[in-house]
Design a protein around this ligand. Structure first.
Ligand SMILES: [Zn+2]
Length: 99
């Protein structure tokens, strides 16, 4: 599957780099991922509207932990304590594509 990462690097606490099986790689800042958090606390499940105010996320946020969820996603815990976001590989792969 092209949207499976071959490598996930957390060399810097404020960044996560995904290397995909199709040869692409995508680098995200922790703040960027936190602002795009898809959990029910950040996005309304009924309307799809983002509840989280992106400006409330500091640019120097770091990721405190990352673990794999099954074979389709990663869960991230951020330095602000938020840890309910599940980021699927298909979401991350699409988010990392140049426009
Ligand atoms: Zn969230």
């Amino acid at each position: 599957m092209s949207t499976t990462p071959t490598r996930i690097r957390r060399s810097d606490p404020s960044r996560v780099v995904f290397e995909w099986a199709d040869g692409h790689s995508a680098e995200f800042s922790a703040a960027e991922l936190r602002r795009r958090c898809p959990c029910a606390g950040c996005v309304s499940e009924t309307t799809g509207q983002r509840i989280l105010d992106p400006t409330s996320v500091p640019d120097d946020l770091t990721q405190a932990d990352l673990h794999l969820v099954g074979n389709y996603a990663v869960a991230l815990r951020f330095s602000d304590g938020h840890e309910t976001g599940i980021y699927t590989y298909s979401f991350l792969h699409a988010a990392g594509q140049p426009d």
